[in-house]
Design a protein around this ligand. Structure first.
Ligand SMILES: Cc1cc2nc3c(=O)[nH]c(=O)nc-3n(C[C@H](O)[C@H](O)[C@H](O)COP(=O)(O)OP(=O)(O)OC[C@H]3O[C@@H](n4cnc5c(N)ncnc54)[C@H](O)[C@@H]3O)c2cc1C
Length: 414
């Protein structure tokens, strides 16, 4: 029975890049994928447009992966964002840069990225076994044995586990890799969702689903403490809240949800001015536009469709004329505009998260090679590694970079 030089489990971006790199280095490579095609999750990325990397500096890249981000210093250096851009460019795919340095293929179609990977895999004659769902992985006398749910058996000298995380399970990433890693002695850190929307209590939010509150200030209040979030857009949904800031900060919020029950989101509709200036402005406006109704006046401060529900929640009459507003009402209004509170009750489950934040402990992986520190010739690549990056193309770059380095190391080029 043939013993492959390298077996790669999972044909997402990490696994494909790992297989490609090993094949470029003339290794006999087999890529095992449970689906009948490669890159199913990759197709969904960037809402089908594939935000595959970011033009940020290495320093920013490391920051985007949080406390233990420096783990990726070597891999992002060995296969950087510009190396990835060059990789696609040299295969005829240009790129465009959007806000916050996000990089997309010029076609704005994830499929073109997947097609390039597939063409390259074919050209380098990587053997791909589709519909092969790995069930057991073990090592005997220095050789890995990989058996599928249908009892197919593969043998290899080196194995790269690139099975992704445990979100969007329908794409194939159902967390199998964690079990293989664990069975070989690795510690799996707590699997928490990253980039996940939040559930709130207030029903008026659900009724205004689809409305975006633009450039609002936000803070999280819990246990007498306040954590300020970056200013940005807040999207109301049929269950709660989402949008770039919430998705980016959700890993932090998820940690607090587990501990504290009184979690609030404060929304500041007027982040550019402080409370005193807003009060002065309202007092002047109330005199100038004294005959206007509160509802009409507030169009300059709030999205129109939110005026009535918000006024209702704070028991202010939308039809009241400005010259009838008492000081108490005015103060209530200022509080509403500066810190409208929503009650956060939970986050959507892991399956709805953009990434899985836990995984194989980084302490057990050599950051220069992606090799396990416990099992020789076993490597990890992509989302299966503990931790997660922010939105903005950082996670896909992590998958491609760790894949590249794992493929290279598994080929003996360490
Ligand atoms: C909706 C959505 C949008 C996203 N958009 C972006 C974006 O624009 N930019 C960005 O940087 N990141 C984005 N991400 C995150 C990004 O998709 C992941 O970080 C990335 O796909 C991880 O790559 P991976 O190769 O490690 O794992 P995956 O892409 O999850 O691939 C793992 C592969 O392993 C296979 N597999 C699993 N178990 C087995 C098994 N037992 N046997 C055989 N095969 C198996 C799976 O079928 C799958 O093909 C997004 C995620 C989601 C869900």
């Amino acid at each position: 029975m043939e013993i492959f030089d390298v077996a790669v489990i999972g044909a997402g971006p990490a696994g494909c890049m790992a297989a490609l790199r090993a094949a470029q280095l003339n290794k006999e490579v087999i890529l095992l994928e449970r689906n009948d095609k490669i890159g199913r999750k990759l197709l969904l990325t960037g809402q089908g447009r594939c935000n595959f990397t970011n033009i940020a500096s290495l320093k920013v890249f490391l920051e985007m992966f949080g406390k233990r981000g420096s783990f990726y210093r070597d891999v992002f250096y060995k296969f950087s964002n510009y190396d990835l851009i060059d990789y696609f460019q040299s295969r005829g795919l240009g790129y465009k840069v959007e806000d916050s340095g996000r990089v997309f293929p010029i076609t704005e179609k994830s499929k073109t990225v997947v097609d390039i990977l597939k063409k390259d895999l074919d050209e380098l004659q990587v053997k791909i076994l589709y519909n092969f769902r790995l069930k057991y992985l073990n090592k005997d006398s220095g050789i890995f044995q990989l058996s599928s749910t249908k009892n197919q058996l593969i043998k290899a000298h080196n194995v790269i586990i690139a099975t992704g995380g445990a979100s969007y399970k329908s794409t194939g990433s159902s967390g199998d890799g964690f079990k293989f890693a664990e069975s070989l002695g690795h510690h799996i850190t707590k699997l928490t969702p990253g980039g996940v929307p939040l559930l709130v209590e207030e029903e008026w939010v659900f009724q205004r689903k689809g409305v975006t509150l633009e450039r609002v200030g936000m803070s999280i209040e819990y246990d007498g403490k306040i954590k300020h979030l970056p200013r940005g857009n807040l999207l109301l949904t049929h269950f709660g809240i989402s949008g770039p800031v919430i998705l980016d900060m959700s890993h932090m919020i998820v940690e607090i949800i587990d501990i504290y029950e009184d979690l609030k989101l404060n929304i500041d509709f007027k982040p550019e001015i402080n409370q005193e200036s807003l009060e002065t402005q309202l007092m002047e406006d109330f005199q100038i536009y004294s005959k206007k109704s509160l509802k009409n006046y507030l169009k300059q401060h709030l999205p129109q469709s939110l005026i009535e529900p918000i006024l209702q929640t704070v028991s202010l009459d939308p039809q009241k004329k400005l010259n009838q507003i008492t000081k108490k009402d005015r103060l209530k209004l200022i509080k509403t505009l500066k810190s409208l509170q929503l009650t956060i009750i939970d986050n959507l489950p892991l399956d709805k998260a953009l990434v899985t934040c836990g995984g194989v402990s980084k302490k057990q992986i050599d950051p220069r090679t992606m090799e396990s520190k416990l099992v020789k010739n076993l490597y990890f690549a992509g989302e299966i590694i503990s931790g997660c990056g922010r939105r903005g193309g950082y996670n896909l770059q992590q998958a491609f970079s760790t894949g590249y380095v794992a493929g290279e190391s598994a080929s003996g080029k360490k």
